[in-house]
Design a protein around this ligand. Structure first.
Ligand code: ADP
Length: 237
């Protein structure tokens, strides 16, 4: 069965996680967030977690071999048989090449960048709160996405946390790495037929609308239109 593979690109704070959750709900394919998976590896103190811990705390990229292995293991699971949304992977051209080597010939690839400049996303990151429950990982913001009960997740009731890497100095460090390693990845995907962009600056619901319009196929031509429509209509089983 052909899988529909969505890759979301964008600066930290551009809204990849928030949008991936919404698309997951609408299209019934899982979100695969390397950031969430790495935080879980760290919590469980696994060998991968030990390798990732200091790099993540410093706002640097984790080694390609670690994230490649985590993602390869995750997409072998049954719930990915019809497709999946990659949030935070690939982040380097090398990761993209490794990932594409593992793709099946009938997979349909879809790459969408949620574009937002670093100045715009900084305040989002500084005010971001997240649910640390790995089964939930809901995202909030102290001003624009306030939980119903202060400090607690609306969905699962866990105490919300401010990510330790969401502080000014670490955020700047993450931007530097994004520019150096992920900007070339954007250029790499631009050369493929499946690259699209949406404006990440409006409110989340408007960004979702733009994404769904693309997925709907209205803006697409040729080869990408068919899988887009299938995704939208849930005809992916
Ligand atoms: P953000 O996109 O806001 O940086 P994430 O939760 O996606 O947040 O990622 C948090 C951190 O996890 C990154 O700063 C990086 O250290 C690590 N990480 C996540 N995905 C990757 C990846 N594909 N390659 C290397 N490091 C990664």
């Amino acid at each position: 069965m052909a899988r529909n593979v969505l890759i979301l690109l964008g600066y930290p704070g551009a809204g990849k996680g928030t949008q991936a959750k919404e698309i997951m709900r609408r299209l019934n394919i899982p979100q695969i967030s390397t950031g969430d998976m790495l935080r879980e590896e760290i919590k469980l103190n696994t060998p991968y977690g030990k390798q990732a811990k200091e790099l993540m705390a410093a706002g640097r990229f984790v080694d390609d071999a670690v994230v490649d292995a985590i993602v390869a293991g995750r997409i072998r699971r049954e719930d990915c048989r019809n497709g999946f949304i990659l949030d935070g992977y690939p982040r380097t051209v090398a990761q993209a090449e490794t990932f594409s080597n593992g793709m099946k010939t009938d997979d349909r690839l879809w790459v969408i960048e949620i574009s937002a400049d670093p100045e715009h996303v900084l305040s989002r990151l500084l005010g971001r709160l997240m649910c640390p429950n790995p089964m939930c990982t809901q995202i909030y913001h102290v001003h624009s996405r306030i939980p119903k009960v202060e400090g607690f997740c609306d969905k699962c009731g866990s105490s919300l946390v401010h990510r330790p890497d969401d502080v000014a100095e670490k955020i700047q460090e993450r931007f530097v790495h994004y520019r150096a390693k992920t900007d070339p990845l954007v250029e790499y995907y631009k050369k493929t037929g499946c690259f699209r962009q949406v404006d990440g600056r409006p409110a989340a619901a408007e960004v979702t609308r733009q994404l769904m319009e693309l997925i709907d196929g209205e803006d697409l031509e040729g080869d990408m239109a068919a899988p887009a429509l299938k995704l939208r209509k849930g005809q992916i089983a």
